[in-house]
Design a protein around this ligand. Sequence first.
Ligand code: DX5
Ligand code: ZN
Length: 223
Amino acid sequence: MPRTIIVSPSMLSADFRCLEAEIHRLHETGCEYIHFDSMDGHFTEQVTYGPMVAAALRPLSDRIFDCHLMFTNPEKHFEHFARAGADVIHFQYEVTDRHAEYVRRIHDLGCRASIVVNPDTPIESVAPLLPECDVVMIMGVFPGYSGQEFIPETVERIAHLREMIDAGGHSTKIEVDGGVNEDTAADVIRAGADILVSGSFLFKHPQGYGAAVEFLRRTAAAV
Ligand code: DX5
Ligand code: ZN
């Protein structure tokens, strides 16, 4: 059945000398979301940026701000991201056992809540949380850098989560982050992804950002 997907370009691959121009270029592609990858240098190797980038760009954009917190202590920062204009706040499953509480706290701040599962975290771990969370984001790579190679087992994990969501009658969306490109997008969509994060594929596409988004949409329509 033809599918429609949401594209969430990852600002980690943007040109940081001209973020305002990058946002305008992304708007022209018709993408629905903008993905912000915040890394704390503790949960991940590298440090990127905090909520200030989303805050600076918020007045320039009407898109959904999709904020991925790769933090050991994400709860200390939920409020800062909400104030910066985040619409979706993602936190990593691996950093806490207080998932339901974190989801509630994100909802209380007026944002959508997402739990992110790393490639080595069993997908069943999120089963009890599906009634609560708006999104589960499956990593196709280990968090840390853009441009990494997609881990092929991710496809089965997406399909498994799709089954769990459908069997339980939940409305949770499946987002996939890391390694989505022309070689992997069809399998990822066919397995049941609703939202695709796209970093290096989109920002380095030889025909421009619009061609990358167009490719992902055409792929979805064809599966
Ligand atoms: C990985 C980040 C991703 C990444 C995506 O740590 O969370 O959002 O930047 O980049 P690509 O699409 O290049 O894998
Ligand atoms: Zn991300």
